[in-house]
Design a protein around this ligand. Structure first.
Ligand SMILES: NC(=O)c1ccc[n+]([C@@H]2O[C@H](COP(=O)([O-])OP(=O)(O)OC[C@H]3O[C@@H](n4cnc5c(N)ncnc54)[C@H](O)[C@@H]3O)[C@@H](O)[C@H]2O)c1
Ligand SMILES: O=c1ccn([C@@H]2O[C@H](COP(=O)(O)OP(=O)(O)O[C@H]3O[C@H](CO)[C@@H](O)[C@H](O)[C@H]3O)[C@@H](O)[C@H]2O)c(=O)[nH]1
Length: 437
């Protein structure tokens, strides 16, 4: 099939590359020239495992192309995916200006039938606005079109795997024509047994926000249990394992730590609270989820202070800056608040992350007391404290005997429970983690 994808960000680029890899012809429209320039050379502007290789293969085989001209995209295919950003607006509501702009642009260039598919995460009933916008700006009101919702559930860091192996595909449609196109598009998935759920567009839009909010709630829940574990001397991992064996609960997303970050959970939980509010409902459960999550970063700083007392002039090594492992994305990363606070407190910081340092430098520039280093062992040289913020495998596999030798004081505060307390103490570390006394 021929497909147009508007927006070459994390979702658009993965969607475009994966559909091309499945044999479709894909044109990806991206308006930021620096991104487009890289894409045309076969370089992914973001770090996502396997993405550059998949792009290069499909560019070489002629199945994927890039442009900044929306008109070209609209003419290219009847099936158009909206993968533009829906960031947080000023009041917590989703900012839908990119969705509106793209819908308007499609309408202005449409000459025949189009199926416009929302892949971006949008508030319930956004499809009504997309329809209204297209109707307002379309040149010929007789041209037929459909709007569908097909939310994306991929996680950064495992985006290609998630896209190709979805737990479910959700498609919200209003017409038979749109349903058939979507079924055809996803046939390679349904043939392999992946479930395809056909709903109304409103239900599909709701499924996305409800799923993300539920997962965020699960994380805040386990983080509260972690606090209780610290008070009573229990181990949060044992508690999470014990809960997780119950199939109704499941072990996934019960990893305690410094809370959720990233470009999705924080903004989507906020947006969902607002959506409920707009419909006269007080989603107190989600407000509490957010509140617990906000506190995690403060509590982590308090934990550091309770260990080293005064941060001023201490050498502090920081391992991990991205909001989760296997990505260079630092949007809403807990590391931003934590590093900024330690900097303000006067610590000498040495920061290391396998992929996110360039992005992080834009937020916390290098300076007298902030140094970025290219090796995790270099970061801990003469350190009084090692703070672990993101659980990259590289840190799990680190030679901790070597780390101890390099540090001035062998103290570790681990925000992601990467190491075993007994083993760390055996090596000679003073070791602090989350929910494990
Ligand atoms: N990042 C994720 O893991 C993820 C997963 C599932 C869903 N989502 C949702 O998908 C959407 C996109 O997220 P993202 O992380 O890919 O965002 P992003 O900001 O990385 O990418 C959006 C891209 O769209 C481009 N764009 C915007 N308007 C355009 C236009 N009119 N023409 C051409 N290009 C245009 C932007 O320049 C940008 O490159 C959001 O709604 C997000 O909530 C994200
Ligand atoms: O047990 C856990 C699991 C995750 N996290 C944190 O939660 C955040 C989000 O992690 P994850 O969900 O793995 O990454 P995202 O790429 O943000 O993916 C989420 O957000 C996407 C955008 O909507 C959805 O598509 C995905 O299904 C959803 O998992 C990160 O800060 C993690 O550190 C925890 O603290 N504990």
């Amino acid at each position: 099939m021929k497909i147009t994808v508007i927006g070459a960000g994390y979702v658009g680029l993965v969607t475009a590359a994966c559909f091309a890899d499945l044999g479709n012809e894909v044109l990806c429209v991206e308006k930021v020239s620096s991104k487009l320039e890289k894409l045309c050379r076969g370089i992914s502007p973001i770090y996502e495992p396997g993405l550059t290789e998949m792009l290069q293969k499909n560019i070489k085989e002629g199945r994927i192309h890039f442009t900044d001209k929306i008109e070209e995209g609209v003419n290219f295919a009847d099936t158009i995916f909206l993968c533009v950003g829906t960031p947080q607006g000023d009041d917590g509501k989703a900012d839908l200006s990119q969705v509106e702009e793209a819908s308007r642009q499609i309408a202005q260039h449409m000459t025949d039938y189009k199926l416009i598919i929302e892949k971006s995460t949008v508030p319930v009933n956004t499809h009504q606005w997309v329809k209204k916008t297209v109707k307002r700006y379309i040149k010929n009101p007789d041209i037929p079109f459909d709007v569908a919702s097909n939310p994306e559930f991929l996680r950064e860091g495992s985006a290609i795997y998630d896209f190709m192996n979805p737990d479910r595909i959700v498609v919200g449609v209003e017409s038979e024509r749109a349903r058939k196109i979507m079924e055809e598009l996803y046939r390679p998935f349904t043939e392999k047994g992946f479930p395809l759920l056909i709903t109304t567009p409103a239900a599909a839009e709701l499924i996305k926000h409800a799923s993300n909010s539920f997962l965020a709630m699960k994380i805040s829940y386990i983080n509260m249990i972690a606090d209780l574990c610290e008070k009573v001397g229990a181990d949060i991992n044992e508690v999470a394992d014990g809960m997780g064996y119950d199939k109704r609960i499941g072990r996934a997303f019960l990893n305690a730590g410094i809370g959720y970050g990233g470009s999705c959970f924080p903004k989507d939980v906020k947006a969902f609270i607002k959506i409920a509010e707009d419909h006269g409902l007080d989603f107190g459960l989600l407000k509490e989820t957010e509140k617990i999550n906000r506190r995690r970063r403060e509590q982590f700083i308090e934990k550091i202070e309770s260990v080293i007392w005064i941060s001023k002039d201490k050498n502090i090594a920081v391992w991990g800056l991205s909001f989760k492992p296997n990505t260079d994305d630092i949007r809403e990363a807990p590391a931003i608040d934590i590093v900024k606070q330690l900097k303000e407190a006067g610590a000498n910081l040495r920061l290391y992350d396998p992929k996110a340092m360039e992005n992080f430098k834009q937020v916390v520039p290098e300076g007298d007391n902030v140094k970025y280093v290219s090796d995790k062992y270099e970061a801990v040289k003469d350190a009084d404290l090692l703070v672990l913020i993101t659980e990259w495998d590289e840190f799990r596999q680190a030679d901790m005997e070597k780390v101890k030798q390099l540090m001035r004081l062998p103290i570790v505060v681990d925000g992601r429970n990467v190491y075993q307390p007994d083993e760390m103490r055996k090596i000679g570390f003073e070791y602090y983690s989350i929910g494990r006394s």
